[in-house]
Design a protein. Structure first.
Length: 500
């Protein structure tokens, strides 16, 4: 309380009104303001005093009182924070930090006080912890600031209600997201923001209580785009002048023209076909239908760009020519259908989200899906396709890498209580012999066949060597019903669509 007394005396020595409230807090008249002014908040915490002026810059107020930043600390060199495992964190009056003692420790600040608490505030810095303690709350943080929480032992927080108080800056948002992910499944987590200022200490100094933090929705993960947002950029691209668009056609004109239920939660499905056989179209059709039905769905594509995915979704939704969209040569009929689809509310209401990074591991997808679940809810994840998923660390053999992807996808489905649908390639045998595919034709690893709950094998039947214009979904595996059933649907690649 040394610094607190020093600050109170300085106000009174300058003839300013000070109203103390309970021994560790006060309000005061700001220099140059009327005696009725109470715009300065003063609060003592362990080792220092917090001062904030609502009417003037705090630094200006301190200067008028003849106080320096060092006068706000009991020790003019700053504050020292002792961790239970021997780590020592030092903070200078000018917010420079240094560490000593057991710098390899993993214990949270004030960990010894967490045992009996049912509600713990998880904040970003030691000053915030002490500010919350000044109101009788229990709080903790990790050393070294934002982004380092994963290096610390969080088990003292397990089984408790953890209120994550985010700092109001970009590192603070990322730190809060990390906390939510690390505590998922281990604690009841609530994300809040200060009602005033940048952090928990500012919130309390502004006169707000622990029950006045502002609940916030977890932020969306970086790189995920809602269809309505992506469609805005897609529309600008679609309508852009030709000289603003760069197209690199292949030597094959026909290729240039073409390029571009009942799912259950806790289950993993495979949709398999040859290249160009419809697995990507089928995957997008499933995601689009789920999204239009109000089930939040997330598509990861390692192969297609965001514009290409939106092009296919728009073609299927409006039943407009996909080849015309990719060439940006829409006739009035297709243009009208696209406008009706886009402006009729279906795009805005569709709960479909997309991510087009080409170097994601299955662990990356798991983390994004978990954050999506907290942010907006999530019912399904769709992956295009398994052969392009980046190998996880330590998985050098391709068979091992793909088997690991399957096992983690099954784990994702179960832990997040969602359906996971993965596109996969079939071996060349079925295509070359024109015979319908079987489960053993799934490419490169038996783990796909073994671990999936359902497998849909795509086949294009022919009569006298001529395609019938239909596509068959051969149900090769089905844990929730009979296998071996063949579902025949119209094949409409011109609309990037399967079915009517």
């Amino acid at each position: 309380m040394i610094a607190y007394g020093r600050v109170i005396d300085a106000f009174r020595d300058h003839g300013l009104v000070v109203i103390e409230r309970g021994g560790n807090s006060a309000t005061a008249q700001a220099p140059g303001h009327s005696p009725a002014d109470r715009s300065v908040s003063i609060r003592a915490i362990e080792g220092q005093v917090l001062v904030h002026c609502h009417s003037d810059e705090t630094a200006t107020v301190l200067d008028a009182l003849g106080l320096a930043m060092s006068d706000l600390f009991d020790n003019p060199h700053g504050a020292t924070y002792q961790y239970d495992d021997g780590r020592i964190v030092r903070r200078t009056p000018f917010k420079r930090f240094s560490q000593g003692g057991n710098t390899k420790g993993t214990t949270l600040f004030r960990a010894c006080r967490l045992g009996e608490a049912t509600v713990v505030y998880l904040v970003e810095g030691e000053k915030d912890v002490l500010a919350i303690e000044s109101l009788g709350g229990v709080a903790t943080c990790n050393a070294m600031g934002a982004g380092k929480l994963g290096m610390f032992d969080l088990t003292p927080l397990y089984g408790k209600k953890v209120v994550v108080v985010r700092d109001m800056d970009e590192p603070g948002e990322a730190h809060a997201c990390q906390a939510i992910a690390l505590l998922d499944g281990h604690a009841e987590v609530e994300l809040v923001a200060p009602a005033a200022g940048k952090d928990a200490a500012d919130h309390i100094l502004a006169g707000h209580g622990l029950d006045e933090f502002v609940p916030v929705v977890a932020p969306m993960p970086e790189g995920v785009h809602k269809l309505s947002d992506a469609a805005e950029d897609w529309w600008k691209w679609q309508q852009a002048p030709a000289d603003e668009v760069r197209i690199f056609p292949t030597p094959w004109p026909h290729l240039n023209d073409v390029i571009a239920g009942g799912l259950h939660p806790k289950r993993c499905y495979i949709i398999a076909g040859r290249p160009g056989g419809g697995k990507t179209i089928g995957l997008l059709n499933i995601g689009q239908f789920l999204g239009e039905s109000g089930h939040p769905s997330l598509i990861f594509s390692m192969e297609m760009s965001l514009l290409e995915m939106v092009s296919r979704v728009m073609a299927a939704g409006a039943e407009a020519s996909y080849s015309h969209i990719t060439r940006r040569e829409l006739d009035q009929w297709d243009l009208r259908k696209l406008e009706l689809y886009r402006n009729g509310g279906r795009v805005d209401e569709t709960q479909l989200y997309m991510m087009d990074h080409s170097t994601l591991t299955i662990e990356d997808m798991f983390a994004v899906a978990r954050q999506m679940k907290h942010a907006v809810g999530l019912d399904a994840v769709l992956i295009d396709y398994i052969g392009l998923v980046t190998a996880s660390k330590g998985k050098r053999e391709r068979r091992d890498a793909l088997g690991h992807v399957m096992k983690e996808a099954v784990k994702m489905a179960k832990e997040l209580d969602i359906a996971v649908v993965i596109a996969s390639q079939l071996n060349r045998g079925p295509e070359q012999s024109s015979r319908p595919p079987v489960l053993s034709d799934l490419r490169e690893t038996g783990d796909i066949e073994q671990d999936c709950d359902g497998a849909f094998l795509l086949h294009h039947p022919q009569i006298d060597g001529i395609p019938t214009g239909e596509i068959e979904f051969i149900v090769g595996k089905n844990r929730t019903g009979p296998a071996g059933v063949i579902v025949t649907l119209p094949w409409r690649p011109n609309y990037a669509k399967i079915g009517t």
